[in-house]
Design a protein around this ligand. Structure first.
Ligand code: HAM
Length: 440
């Protein structure tokens, strides 16, 4: 029996790894442009790190066990608690605001569905130590810039944004009891994924009267800035003004075309306190690409330092699906730059010496391990995607000479030229180079 990967876990063959690398490179590039520095933490954490703050949904999905030292541990399902702990431990020494990013692999024992696996990689970008909405705008536009750099425009992706405090004020004004707030949010979070009557029944069970149920069911209709501004809210009027300021900052930073105010965005995690957002494919066919928001009380409640914080997580799974559907992922991984082949007049050691000199100049090189007929070597060179094959010991090459054959478009030998080996090597790469330079 062949053992496959566990359900919800992926094997990354080179073609798939190339896609992942493309996504990671874009994440790192945007993080760099926005002045974020990279960090990491342990993949295995004390169970307690998640049971207290992350909320029931994630706790129900934990991969947890007791280790050989009798510790209750869990594979990390998200990065935010680790980040909060790390920043809190050095809260005084760190330059604020902290702008950090990380690309952890995360583990959640989820029910299998499209876009949801049991492991995924997630870009986390977080800002700690800034309470003004300029930070919220900066962060959201960071997520938007990733979309843009990957080739996804405002017609492909929408950034749906809300504020939990506005929602709170709206629910209070609608007569929803404060005690039911958390449970009502959980219903709102699923409102567009479950039948209307199921949501309504849940709300009635929570003790909401008919008016309050109607008010909650109307939340998804609030999808414009004007709609937000005209909401009847109790005690959150200032927050509504702040939200308008946030929207104008997003515009100024170049992300306005993607912005979609949407009161129904509440986020599943328990620790969010203010502006929250999720990025979705515009057709609404897939699950969220990215989610985040403000969690101003998490550090204080868990670790002591009173530092406001905000961030987002962007997974590689839905993003990969979207890029594949649009056919905007890079093609197969690039091949080697040069293949060193050897005919009857040369040995494998000759090939090795030339290979070694080329590699020292940063060129990516293969040659036939185990030795082969020249014709088979040249076939292997083409299959490896080499741009050039250099043929040592070819019948009509003189001392210190070789034939260089351009592969790819033409295999008929017409692109073959005689070179002085030393001179030719000198034209490629550079001494001490670390990257291939002949493939453009
Ligand atoms: P989250 O909404 O649980 O937030 O996850 C963020 C993103 O990670 C989702 O939008 C989705 O793209 C991806 N994701 C989550 N679970 C899975 C899964 N099982 N399979 C594939 N992709 C998945 C958080 O985790 C927060 N800690 C984000 C955050 C950072 N908030 C503040 N800072």
């Amino acid at each position: 029996m062949v053992l496959g990967a566990l359900p919800g876990f992926r094997d990354f063959y080179p073609a798939e790894l190339a896609e992942r690398t493309h996504i990671f490179a874009t994440w790192r590039e945007v993080a760099r442009r926005f002045g974020f520095v990279e960090y990491d933490g342990p993949p295995l954490e004390p169970l307690e790190l998640y049971t207290k703050k992350s909320g029931d949904e994630i706790v129900g999905q934990l991969y947890n066990f007791v280790d050989k030292g009798d510790r209750e541990v869990a594979l990390r399902p998200e990065m935010t608690p680790t980040l909060a702990r790390m920043v809190a431990a050095r809260a005084n020494a760190l330059r604020k605001p902290v702008r950090w990013f990380s690309i952890p692999q995360l583990f959640r024992y989820e029910r299998q569905q499209r876009g949801r696996l049991r492991e995924h990689f997630q870009l986390n970008m977080d800002i700690v130590g800034e309470s003004d909405v300029t930070a919220d705008a900066e962060l959201l536009v960071g997520a938007i810039e990733i979309m843009r750099l990957l080739g996804l425009g405002p017609d492909d992706v929408r950034a749906r944004v809300s504020d939990r405090r506005i929602l709170h004020g709206y629910l209070l004004a609608a007569g929803v009891p404060d005690a039911a707030f958390g449970a009502v949010l959980a219903v709102v979070d699923k409102i567009d994924r479950q039948p209307r009557n199921v949501s309504e029944d849940k709300l009635r069970t929570l003790g909401l009267d008919a008016d309050a149920v109607r008010a909650v069911m109307a939340i998804p209709e609030c999808t414009t800035l004007e709609g937000m501004q005209s909401l009847h809210v109790r005690g959150s009027e200032e927050v509504v003004r702040e939200f308008s300021r946030f929207a104008s900052y997003v515009e100024a930073l170049g992300g306005g075309a993607y912005l979609q105010p949407d009161l129904s965005i509440v986020r599943g995690l328990a620790y969010y306190t203010g502006i929250v957002f999720e990025l979705f494919d515009a057709k609404g066919e897939l699950r969220a690409i990215c989610g985040g928001g403000r969690y101003d009380t998490l550090l204080k409640q868990s670790w002591g330092p009173d530092l406001p914080a905000l961030g987002f997580g962007m997974g590689d799974v839905v993003l990969g699906e979207l890029l594949r559907a649009r056919a905007i992922l890079p093609a197969a991984p690039p091949g080697v730059d040069v293949w060193v082949a050897f005919g009857d007049g040369a040995t494998v050691e000759d090939a090795m010496r030339v290979t070694s000199r080329l590699r020292a100049r940063g060129i990516s090189v293969e040659y036939a391990l185990g030795g082969q007929q020249l014709s088979r070597q040249l076939k292997a060179a083409a299959a490896a995607g080499a741009r050039d094959a250099v043929i040592l010991g070819a019948p009509n090459a003189g001392l210190g000479e070789a034939m260089v054959r351009r592969l790819g478009d033409s295999q008929d030998g017409s692109k073959e030229r005689r070179v002085l080996l030393d001179d030719w090597i000198g034209t490629l790469g550079s001494p001490g180079a670390t990257r291939s330079s002949t493939h453009s």
